[in-house]
Design a protein around this ligand. Sequence first.
Ligand code: CTP
Ligand code: MG
Length: 234
Amino acid sequence: MSEGRFWAVVPAAGSGTRMGSELPKQYLTLLGKTVLEHTLQGLLASEAFQRLVVVLAAHDPHWQSLALARDPRIVIATGAAERCQSVCNGLVRLGEFAAPHDWVAVHDAARPCLTPDDLHRVLAAAQEHPDGALLAVPLADTLKRADAHGRVDETVSRARLWRALTPQVFRLAPLHDALQAALAGGLQPTDEAQAMELAGYRPRLVEGSAANLKITQPDDLRFAETLLQHRRPS
Ligand code: CTP
Ligand code: MG
């Protein structure tokens, strides 16, 4: 296993447009706690991380009311208009106390159903693959490309296609450099792996559970509730 400590960056500065709720989705309630609390408690419970950097929207009025706001293992950074820029801001904050060769796991605040096993496996894979690792799920459905009118243009082979999830785990300095380079080139990578790919790296896909869903639309909150309920010891 290669050396380096683990840190986490949790982008939580989005406004949840597709959710359509008044509160940003990371503050919606799921089994009596906010989505963000579920996500952070899952990461803290693993004890893998030195600290978590939570990236919040500027003037976020909700964070301070959570008990976790006073947890010494959590540090705050301020987000920006795009997820990649929010993550970048989190990495800059992390750079104030982490070493360039340390590992950073970036995990969406909107994914509260990450299992301890998937987290463990992606962290272990990153240590064995110099270009880093990400959780992902092979596509299961038949894929159709649509025309502008919603009619099928063609069927697309799903061979070797995966859906990228988080956590995505990379060394701090290469990830920061890759994101900066993408932003400087006018690109907005939608995940960290894309920034690393653009910089010439070949991150390792680690098959994870599809239950690690990203809360995106109202139905997803109900799915997440069912998933978490079944995991709880009765
Ligand atoms: N995120 C962020 N900063 C942004 C946009 C997103 O920190 N400018 C975070 C979100 O809070 C979320 C994660 O990145 O935890 C994944 O983004 P996404 O699911 O797209 O969330 P939103 O952008 O909030 O939702 P939408 O795209 O529907 O507006
Ligand atoms: Mg978004």
